[in-house]
Design a protein around this ligand. Sequence first.
Ligand SMILES: [Mn+2]
Length: 332
Amino acid sequence: MLFNTYEPWKFPFSQNENEIEEIKCIVEKESNAKNNIKDNEKNIWGIIGVGFDSTSSFGTGSRNGPISIRHAGYSFEKYNYRFKKSLETIFFDFGDLNVIFGNLKETLKNLEDSIDELNQLNVKPIVLGGEHSISLGVLNSLKKFNPNKFNNTSIIHFDGHLDMANDLQGEVYSHGTVLRRIHELKPKEIIQIGIRSSSYEEEKYVSNKSDIKVFSSNELKIDSKNSLNKLDDLNKLNGLNKLDELKNILMNINNPIYLTVDLDAFDPTIVEEVGNPVPNGIDLNVFEELLEIISKKEIVGFDLVELNTKTLGSPSAILAAKIIYDFLTLNE
Ligand SMILES: [Mn+2]
């Protein structure tokens, strides 16, 4: 693998990388004992940091994301009080990718090669950004590894922005175009959650696509049911309110899921340190409820991007680490 760190800081509770063969044997034995029922197969996760931020157009600095997330992870205990579950998931932290600053194409190539290696090991990727453009490297690899499975995969995308521009200042590979490039890879569908910013062209692009669903952040306020009675009554007339509609959609997914979380989906009062903050984002309680639903599904990969901090232990870094920790707790 193309890593540039000899002894990187590891995410807390991660297994020793040298144990990977040993652990694979144990997992294999376990699944054989269950008569090879694929559904019962244990997940093995592999964390890779990708500290790349060269296409960032507003706030640069997400290159510090991986180390900040790992450091912040040490503030948690093994028992996850929120989900009433101990972190027993098998996962490794492989350190940081060798990124080429200023060259997204080469960086994506390196990332794709490394995810290829994880695929061979039957290890599922958790990628710590870095800017959002890096998701494409992961998905390129997943598509190459199993095209049919990829075409049957739902992309669940948390973000303040659609990221569906064809190009940003003429550049087609960028943090602002990444979901457009992913859509061109033809996954089963893309569900965009927390959206509140886009160009007119992007909005037009997604509006007539049957394989793209968009849930804006203001449609998903958890308190709207209680406080806005009139609006709620209106929603009831039209069927479910939007949050319930989204939960229903997620609960009924029976195909694989790839999860990509841009931290600017959250309100800036919760996560201030992102590359492109936008007011009026989603609430953490909404996210946790949705994550709990998603985590019961077959997840083929996960990336968390756009943490832009220079301060170890900042509130934004703690929240980013908490999402990785919650994801791992829930995804045994
Ligand atoms: Mn984004």
